[in-house]
Design a protein around this ligand. Structure first.
Ligand SMILES: [Zn+2]
Ligand SMILES: [Zn+2]
Length: 243
């Protein structure tokens, strides 16, 4: 599919409000592609289908090569591109939470794609686990990808708090944590709340941390300062293959 697909894992952010690759459109929302073990998984779909499709085209990622869609939670900035994606490729299985709205489930059904409803933690592939439904401000599940270098934890918005997500991930798979990425949702928090969460994040032995989307500028600045060379700049277009 791509020249760099030879490595064990290819992961790239396709939709984010943080500009990383200036050739792509940045817009509020989150989506990334995960290619591992011959499977292509679209994690979330951003807010607008035309932006998602446009960014994929610029990156020479063919939506027809996607096999699975994983929707982290039922917010518009993660589900918004789903319908337009399914109109191009409905030959996919869509992982979502049983607690999602009928409206979102109906988008999948109307486009004749297959729904897989998740409730509890579950190994969905040999090396990929979902945390199952975690309740925060919104029901959400996150992915744990087991690689030879350690586990990657990807969260859409981290409404249940990324600290709780990492705690659950560690219970489900106790490998070293290679990378924690996605939206950490500290954008409404004050500096004390942020620093309190950062000290909890620091207690995990995380090799790399790459927050984006709804983490918030202040939290990103604090995480960068606190994690030093373990911090990775992220945003739309960021590739994680090289870690
Ligand atoms: Zn979001
Ligand atoms: Zn959200």
């Amino acid at each position: 599919m791509k020249e760099n697909v030879k490595s064990e894992l290819f992961m790239q952010i396709l939709y984010d409000n943080i500009a990383y690759n200036e050739n792509l459109i940045f817009d509020w929302g989150f989506s990334c592609i995960i290619e591992i073990g011959g499977k292509n998984i679209l994690f979330d779909t951003g807010a607008k289908g035309d932006i998602l499709m446009g960014n994929m085209e610029k990156l020479s990622i063919d939506p027809k090569n996607i096999d699975y869609v994983f929707i982290s939670h039922d917010h518009w900035d993660h589900t918004g591109g789903l319908e337009e994606f399914l109109k191009i490729n409905n030959n996919v299985k869509v992982f979502l939470l049983k607690s999602f709205s009928d409206k979102t489930k109906q988008i999948v059904k109307n486009n004749n794609a297959e729904i897989i409803e998740i409730e509890n933690e579950q190994r969905i592939f040999e090396n990929i686990i979902t945390t199952g439904d975690m309740i925060g401000e919104k029901h959400e599940h996150s992915l744990i990808i087991e690689t030879s270098k350690g586990n990657i934890i990807i969260a859409g918005c981290s409404h249940p708090n990324i600290v709780n997500i990492i705690n659950k991930a560690k219970k489900l798979s106790d490998n070293d944590i290679l990378l924690v990425t996605g939206g950490f949702h500290y954008l409404h928090d004050n500096i004390e709340q942020i620093n309190n969460n950062i000290s909890k994040l620091k207690s995990f032995n995380i090799k790399y941390i790459a927050p984006s989307h709804c983490t918030g500028d202040l939290a990103i600045k604090q995480i960068k300062q606190s994690f030093g060379n373990k911090f990775i700049d992220s945003g739309v277009g960021k590739i994680f293959t090289e870690i």
